[in-house]
Write a protein that binds this ligand. Structure first.
Ligand SMILES: *Cc1c(COP(=O)(O)O)cnc(C)c1O
Length: 404
């Protein structure tokens, strides 16, 4: 490593809160599926900023929309109207079939906003006694890092020593519809769940789970809130992961790829009166719905559709999954995925996945370990067959070695 690289890493460590443990690479440029470090080494990005860069790094059309809008108007606050928000609403509603939209910035803010909205709906529409609303969530969930959200996490690292936490959440196992049926009571306002648990290691629920979940929620007047912040916008090979299950959520949360990685943009979408309970002054965000965010998100959604990225995610995801399944290696416990949301689970051993990710880095692939023994693979949705094959060669070369 050159001295400058050591300086970047050492300076981060000296001044920064150490709430991350990055792989030892300092990136300075990106284009499509590729990123380059400060020394000019090229890597295939198999993380895509946790699926925020689904459209590929520095997509030229999103970039152009951002620069053009930045020259005209960036922030008005919602105290005034701007000429981008209405168009963003129209386009995201048309794309997703939603009726109401609440624009926010980060994913966690969208989750918080959904929690506030379904509680209000519970009190004002469903008739739950004030202060009694319950929301059901799943074990091993990941919905962000705010205090409200980590309070119902089941991961000791995520919640440890951050309490006390807000009451009103009930945790059930993921993929278990009978547990949901048992947990619902008259005060239940919502079931908040990821279609596929991403941070937990790309955990796909059993077939038919969401059909039962949908029926239970409908029968009990419980809002089904799908956190599609990671699974949404084509990542799993469909626009929304709910489409694999043939269901529709009452509330859908989007973030990450909603801006193609240029800017924090998130949204709460609903197809009923949940968002209708919010009145002026009851919820807001200085940056939420700003014209720069709206222009960026509009371009990000447009290229996703126009350039066939969702279909490509399905096609290349199938190719990638098949290729990974063909790798014969003692270290692999399971390979799974849907679309370009893939994971290789290794036989458990502390730090094993991290060592494989470091070996992959040396071969020109950036992937991220999760939970000690799972390698998550989520390249931009613009990846080509040749690039998938290029990656598979390297995965095969590394996974068949022993880094224990
Ligand atoms: C990333 C993520 C979030 C949080 O998004 P931030 O923008 O980091 O706040 C919430 N839910 C899911 C499923 C995510 O993957």
């Amino acid at each position: 490593m050159s001295s400058s690289v050591i300086d970047f890493i050492a300076t981060e460590a000296r001044f920064g809160a150490r709430n991350y443990e990055p792989i030892g690479v300092v990136l300075s440029r990106g284009e499509g599926v590729w990123v380059w470090d400060t020394q000019g080494n090229r890597y295939l990005d198999c993380l895509s900023a946790y699926s925020a860069v689904s459209q590929g790094h520095c997509h030229p059309k999103i970039l152009a929309a951002m620069v053009e809008q930045a020259h005209r108007l960036t922030l008005t606050s919602r105290a005034f109207h701007n000429d981008q928000l209405a168009l963003f609403y129209e386009e995201i509603a048309a794309l997703t079939g939603s009726h109401k939209v609440l624009p926010m910035n980060s994913g966690a803010e969208a989750v918080e906003s959904a929690i506030k909205s379904v509680r209000k709906w519970g009190y004002e529409v469903k008739g739950v006694p004030d202060g009694q609303a319950e929301i059901i969530v799943c074990a091993n969930n990941f919905h962000g890092r705010t205090l409200g959200v980590v309070g119902f996490s089941t991961d000791p690292e995520t919640r440890g020593h951050f309490g006390p936490f807000a009451p009103g959440f009930k945790v059930i196992p993921f993929g278990d519809a009978a547990a949901l049926a048992e947990a619902i009571n008259p005060n239940t306002v919502a079931f908040l769940v990821e279609p596929i648990q991403g941070e937990a290691g790309v955990v796909i629920p059993p077939a038919g789970y969401f059909t039962e979940v949908r029926e239970l929620c409908t029968a009990n007047n419980v809002m089904l809130v799908l956190d599609e912040i990671q699974t949404g916008l084509g990542r799993t090979g469909k626009l929304l992961a709910e489409q694999h299950e043939g269901i529709e959520a009452d509330v859908t949360l989007l973030g990450k790829a909603l801006s193609g990685g240029f800017y924090p943009v998130s949204a709460v979408l609903s197809n009923n009166d949940v968002l209708g309970t919010l009145r002026p002054g009851q919820h807001g965000s200085t940056f939420g719905g700003n014209p720069l965010a709206c222009a960026v998100a509009r371009a990000a959604m447009r290229v996703l559709v126009e350039e066939g990225m969702i279909e490509n995610a399905a096609r290349q995801g199938a190719r990638f999954l098949e290729g990974l399944k063909d790798i014969r290696a003692n270290t692999i416990r399971e390979v799974r995925g849907r679309g370009l949301m893939l994971a290789v689970e290794l036989h458990p051993e502390p730090g094993r996945a991290r060592r494989y990710c470091e070996a992959l880095q040396a071969k020109g692939i950036l992937a991220k370990d999760t939970h000690e023994h799972t390698i998550r693979i989520a390249p931009p949705l613009v990846i080509t067959s040749d690039q998938v094959d290029w990656a598979l060669e390297r995965f095969a070369a590394i996974l068949t070695q022993d880094f224990s």
